[in-house]
Design a protein around this ligand. Structure first.
Ligand code: TLP
Length: 346
């Protein structure tokens, strides 16, 4: 058996999802006639506390539309240096929206208003004006870190005070809500548009949503079509998404527990560095340089023993817990990491 901790994107649809997909009522969503997609969009808007939602194939498309809705060509988007929109979306911000990223580093991935404020550029003879603040919650490459509500409020108030919008890449915003123990709508209220993924911790096979005002989502539909995201009888996907959205947030606590257990076990392994106290959600980033192995080599040795984890830098690896990994598998994976580290030391 393989324990796949490369990402929470790897989950397989549950039997209930497969049944719902097989039985889904469908129509042509490009005409707005897919009842299951419409239901998913209605429920997503309600749960996130926004006027409207738009179902899209991927988180990348949701963010692309989010940036486009809130900017115009030639503007800058302030974002954290390691964020997904800048590093893992094939420069879509530039390609589709004609914007430049203005990256700002925060060790824990969490931007503070004071940092953002210093980077805001007015219209002037030399500068591209700031168009948007983009925040990633939870922050993937900082290790699943969560924005405190107070920090989000300061960013929203500061940005709105200057006439700027806030887009939240909330691919894992339900993990953030679980960590803060608040309804996800409390978090979404602090951003103008929020993207989130059904296909990560929530366990759906495909799909993301973007939420915002009804007017924004109406324009968003056109951008989605331009991007090739008009999916026709997409109710088969939305049916699995509805189960993910309604039922799976409740099980994220287990993923967080397993991530914490893994981090604690890893911290005891000589040569591995990680601070379990910093693990807030389902992502653990750990340094393997002390073992004498590079992440790619470490990853290969883990794979030989049935455990999948990827390197994310010259020294660090990432593991992500999800619904297809139970406590026993998490414990077993930690034992395999210990075994590889010990084999190298010997
Ligand atoms: N993240 C993937 C990889 O692309 C890195 C992963 O395995 O974590 N925002 C955030 C914060 C993400 O982590 C991801 C995917 C996306 C957006 C994009 O989602 P998709 O893959 O659906 O385009």
């Amino acid at each position: 058996m393989i324990t796949d901790l490369r990402s929470d994107t790897v989950t397989k649809p549950t039997p209930a999802m497969r049944r719902a997909m097989a039985e889904a009522e469908v129509g042509d969503d490009v005409y707005g006639e897919d009842p299951t997609v419409n239901r998913l969009e209605r429920r997503a808007a309600e749960i996130l506390g926004k006027e409207a939602a738009l179902f899209v194939p991927t988180g990348t498309m949701a963010n692309t539309i989010g940036v486009k809705l809130n900017t115009s060509h030639g503007q800058e988007v302030i974002c954290e240096s390691r964020c997904h929109v800048l590093n893992y979306e094939l420069s879509m911000m530039a390609w589709f929206s004609g914007c430049l990223a203005r990256p700002v580093f925060a060790g824990d991935g969490i931007l503070r208003w004071e940092q953002i404020r210093r980077e805001i550029r007015p219209l002037g003879p030399h500068w591209a004006p700031t168009g948007l603040i983009e925040i990633e919650n939870t922050h993937n490459m900082a290790g699943g870190t969560v924005y405190p509500l107070e920090t989000l409020r300061e960013i929203r108030e500061g940005a709105h005070g200057l006439g700027l919008k806030v887009h939240m890449d909330g691919a894992r915003v339900f993990n953030a809500a679980e960590y803060l123990n608040v309804p996800v709508s409390r978090i979404a209220a602090e951003a103008d548009t929020v993207s989130f993924c059904l296909s990560k911790g929530l366990g759906a096979p495909v799909g993301s949503l973007i939420v915002g005002t009804a007017g924004q989502m109406e324009r968003g539909r056109l951008y989605r079509k331009r991007l090739g995201g008009g999916m026709r009888q997409a109710g088969v996907l939305a049916a699995a998404g509805l189960i993910a959205l309604e039922e799976h947030p409740a099980r994220l606590a287990a993923d967080h527990l397993h991530a914490r257990l893994l981090a604690e076990a890893l911290a005891r392994i000589p040569g591995i560095q990680v601070d379990p106290a910093k693990v807030q959600t389902n992502i653990v980033i750990f340094d393997v340089s002390g073992t004498g192995l590079a992440p790619a080599e470490f990853s290969r040795k883990l794979k030989e023993r049935g455990v999948l984890m990827n390197g994310i830098s010259a020294t660090q690896m990432r593991l992500v817990t999800h619904s297809d990994v139970d406590r026993g598998m998490a414990e077993q994976a930690a034992a395999v990491v210990a075994e590889v580290a010990a084999a190298v030391a010997a």
